[in-house]
Ligand binder design. Structure first.
Ligand SMILES: Cc1cc2nc3c(=O)[nH]c(=O)nc-3n(C[C@H](O)[C@H](O)[C@H](O)COP(=O)(O)OP(=O)(O)OC[C@H]3O[C@@H](n4cnc5c(N)ncnc54)[C@H](O)[C@@H]3O)c2cc1C
Length: 414
């Protein structure tokens, strides 16, 4: 039976990068992927554009991870954003940097990212096996001997890389197989939770706002026994859905929402629609609008302040009759309107399940993995790369870079 220097399980960004790097070091590797195609999740990433990394510096980059900061310093020092950018640009794929340091291919197509990876995988040292699902690692006398697949095939190697991804978007192939392989070697799995998921809202009027996207809002997460302890604040873009809220600022706080709900706390979200204006400026603006438009109804005047489709429910939320004229607005009404504009409260009733998350929080405990090599500290020859590890970050290209970096480090050490 053919013997490999390493068997790599999973052809996502982490597994592909591990194979490419190992092949450059003349290692003979077998890359096994359960799908019939490579990089299924990578293709849908960034809405099909693949936000492959972020151009920020190391400190800012590490700040975006929920934990495992210490673990990642080592990894990122070996292969960081500039390394990943030149990896693609050397292959003549032009990249561009957008708002917030997000890096994309200039073509806005994840196919081109995958194209470069596929090109580099065409190497005599790499054998690719598609449509084969690894079930187990073969471990005898505390030594790795290879892997067993669902069709009963054995593949021999004293090193295996588990790059099977997390639990989210299982239709792309990442359904959590790597955790059971890790458990075979007695690895601790940090409980799996959804991260970067949409949030479910109790208030029924939210349905009427479905599809409305707001670009520059300040969102604050409150929790605690009475729901008034400030947990996190974010500035950016959000969108209303039929069940609640989503978009970058929501996704970024969703794991904290989940943790707060688990503590059985009351959890609310506060939306500030006018974060650039203080109370006085909003008050002056309203006074001005009500004076100039004294004969117009509030539902018309508010077109200047909010998307039209929100106005009726917004005014009802503020307990103000939408047909009231500008001249009829009292000081009390104005106070309630300002409150609604700067602190519209929504009650959180849940988050979407882990399968709907952009990434999975939890996974193989990084304390049991050598950050310099990605090798298990419990079993020699067992390596981990990518989302199967307990690593997750905010949106912005950080998760993809972590997958590529851990893959590269694996490939440098197998
Ligand atoms: C909709 C969406 C959009 C995203 N957009 C971005 C973005 O723009 N930027 C960003 O940084 N991150 C993004 N992410 C997150 C990012 O895609 C992941 O963090 C990254 O793909 C993780 O890479 P990975 O190689 O660890 O796992 P995956 O990409 O999940 O790859 C794992 C591979 O292993 C295979 N596999 C699993 N089990 C087995 C088995 N038993 N045998 C053989 N093969 C197996 C799977 O089929 C899969 O192909 C997005 C995620 C989603 C779901």
């Amino acid at each position: 039976m053919e013997q490999f220097d390493a068997v790599i399980i999973g052809a996502g960004p982490a597994g592909m990068m591990a194979a490419i790097r190992a092949s450059q070091r003349n290692r003979k590797v077998l890359l096994i992927e359960r799908n019939n195609t490579l990089g299924k999740k990578l293709l849908i990433s960034g809405k099909g554009r693949c936000n492959l990394t972020n151009s920020c510096d190391m400190e800012d980059f590490l700040d975006k991870f929920s934990q495992s900061r210490k673990f990642l310093i080592n990894t990122l020092n070996q292969f960081f954003n500039n390394d990943l950018i030149s990896f693609f640009e050397k292959d003549y794929l032009k990249l561009k940097t957008e708002r917030g340091g997000r890096v994309f291919p200039v073509t806005d197509s994840s196919e081109d990212i995958l194209g470069v990876l596929k090109g580099k995988l065409r190497n005599k040292n790499i054998k690719i096996l598609l449509g084969e699902r690894v079930l187990n690692a073969i471990i005898k006398n505390n030594k790795i001997e290879g892997v067993l697949t669902d069709s009963g095939k054995h593949f021999l190697s004293t090193r295996i890389v588990v790059a099977t991804g997390g639990m989210s978007y299982p239709e792309t192939g990442s359904s959590g197989d790597g955790y059971s392989i890790a458990r075979q070697a007695h690895h601790k799995i940090i409980p799996l939770r959804p991260a970067l998921v949409p949030v479910l809202i109790k208030e029924k009027f939210i349905k009427e706002w479905q599809g409305i996207s707001l670009r520059n809002v300040r969102l604050t997460l409150f929790s605690g026994f009475s729901g008034d302890k400030k947990i996190e604040e974010k500035f950016g873009e959000m969108i209303f859905t039929h069940f609640g809220v989503s978009g970058p600022v929501i996704l970024d706080i969703s794991a904290d929402v989940y943790d707060a709900l688990r503590l059985k706390n009351k959890v609310t979200l506060s939306i500030n629609f006018k974060p650039a204006l203080d109370y006085k400026k909003i008050n002056d603006r309203l006074l001005r609008e009500f004076k100039v438009n004294s004969k117009k109804s509030l539902k018309n005047i508010f077109k200047l302040l909010l998307p039209q489709a929100m106005i009726t429910q917004f005014l009802e939320y503020c307990r103000i009759y939408p047909d009231r004229r500008g001249s009829q607005v009292t000081m009390e009404d104005r106070k309630r309107l300002i409150e609604g504009l700067v602190d519209l409260r929504l009650t959180v009733k849940g988050v979407m399940p882990v399968k709907d998350g952009i990434v999975t929080r939890g996974g193989v405990d990084t304390k049991e993995v050598n950050p310099k090599t990605m090798e298990s500290k419990l079993l020699k020859g067992l390596f981990f790369a990518g989302e199967v590890l307990d690593i997750d970050a905010k949106t912005g290209g950080y998760n993809m870079q972590a997958a590529f970096s851990t893959g590269w480090v694996c490939g440098s050490n197998i």
